[in-house]
Design a protein around this ligand. Structure first.
Ligand code: ATR
Length: 277
């Protein structure tokens, strides 16, 4: 009998995870099927109980349930607990355990496209302080020597985010204006806000005018494939990356977690690029 995996969210109809997960199962001969489930806000607890009752071995969690699922899981791993957000759940010994691979997926995508094994003393700017920024900042704050500036419209949220990396010596909270004015200081800029996402494609949290030579700019948005900030960065000579690789990486990490199978991640990137065209 096939195993069943899935993703819960609201809205979820346009999720591309079913496409790339099912393709990966076929490619790697994993006897399973992946299904997207639209869950109403008030039904989240019932949905999780139901998934357990019918034996779903693992599921992904997306907007708006990453924090809301936590009270209904049996356990949450320490990283997800710290980030207060879960993006992958696995049934282990009859218990639903929550994990968070968002930061890891972002880091993996970043290092691959920068062609580097690790981070050292880079000056990094993170734009935004929402859920996505939390996971990414937490992961990056594990690198002691990098300098991280957190820029957000609401400074209090960036201050709260800084607490997540409590022991990180080189984190600073700045305004979006300061980030824009000092953009030539950064080796890496990571855009995590929703600004520039389809249909508001002309917008950008900061105006890129003069980047540091050799700067790398990453946007976690994948629709459109090139946001305004990436367009400006590319014209300014930077190497850029959109969110497709991070999305593929999140899915690859979840399959690896559930089945132990390493999947062909390049194929996922190709399928996502094609589907989004
Ligand atoms: P996610 O979980 O996807 O990160 P979120 O938690 O709602 O989403 O966070 C959205 C981020 O985009 C926040 O950093 C938000 O800034 P505020 O904390 O000031 O709200 C940022 N953001 C969204 N729209 C924005 C806008 N028009 N101008 C500036 N920042 C914006």
């Amino acid at each position: 009998m096939k195993e069943l995996f899935g993703i819960i969210g609201n809205p979820i109809a346009h999720s591309l995870s079913p496409l790339i997960q099912n393709e990966a199962y076929a490619l790697h001969e994993i006897n399973a099927h992946f299904q997207a489930f639209h869950v109403e806000h008030e039904d989240i607890e019932t949905a999780i109980k139901g998934m357990k009752a019918i034996g779903i071995k693992g599921f992904m969690v997306t907007v708006p349930f990453k924090a809301k699922v936590i009270p209904f899981l049996d356990e949450v791993d320490p990283i997800a607990e710290k980030k207060k957000a879960v993006n992958v759940v696995q049934l282990i010994d009859g218990k639903y355990v929550g994990f968070n691979f968002d930061g890891e997926a972002c880091l993996k995508a970043l290092l691959e496209d920068m062609n580097r094994p690790s981070l050292q003393k880079e000056h990094i700017l993170i734009l935004g302080a929402g859920g996505a920024a939390q996971s990414i900042y937490y992961t990056l704050s594990q690198f002691e020597d990098v300098h991280i500036d957190l820029a957000n419209r609401t400074l209090e949220k960036a201050e709260a985010l800084k607490e997540l990396g409590a022991n990180h010596r080189h984190t600073k909270v700045i305004s979006l204006d300061e980030a824009e004015n000092n953009q030539d200081q950064y080796d890496i800029i990571i855009q995590t806000t929703s600004i520039g996402m389809w249909p508001d494609v002309g917008q950008s949290p900061i105006n890129i005018t003069q980047l540091k030579k050799g700067a790398f700019v990453s946007d976690i948005i994948y629709n459109p494939a090139e946001t305004q900030i990436l367009k400006q960065a590319r014209r300014n000579g930077a190497n850029t990356q959109n969110g497709i690789k991070m999305l593929a990486s999140q899915n690859a990490l979840s399959i690896e977690k559930w089945t132990g199978q390493k999947v062909n991640y390049q194929k996922m990137i190709e399928s996502l690029t094609e589907a989004l065209r």
